[in-house]
Design a binder for this molecule. Structure first.
Ligand code: ZN
Length: 88
């Protein structure tokens, strides 16, 4: 981890979730899993915040982009939506 002295507002997971839990699959057909790693505006949360390892972040990014393409995830949202299950 590299810290640039920026204020880290919500870092909760230091360990890569997908390494910690091998049963957790990164699947573009599972928008619920992917949505945890996107911001309110639909952006992919960077690795330094999400705590994912490089390998899984890369797979995740591809999965999110695929999910966006088939409209399972938004590219962006104008209004902030309240999601019922958002745990970081
Ligand atoms: Zn990992």
């Amino acid at each position: 981890m590299v810290f640039h002295g920026d204020k880290r507002m919500f870092i909760k997971h230091k360990v890569c979730r997908f390494c910690a839990d091998p049963s957790l699959k990164i699947d573009y057909k599972e928008p619920k899993t992917l949505a945890v790693f996107t911001s309110e505006r639909g952006k992919i949360i960077p690795r330094r915040i999400s705590g994912n390892c490089a390998k899984h972040q890369r797979i995740l990014a591809v999965a999110i982009k695929r999910a966006r393409n088939i409209a399972l995830l938004p590219f962006t949202t104008a209004k902030i939506r309240s999601r019922e299950h958002r745990e970081y």
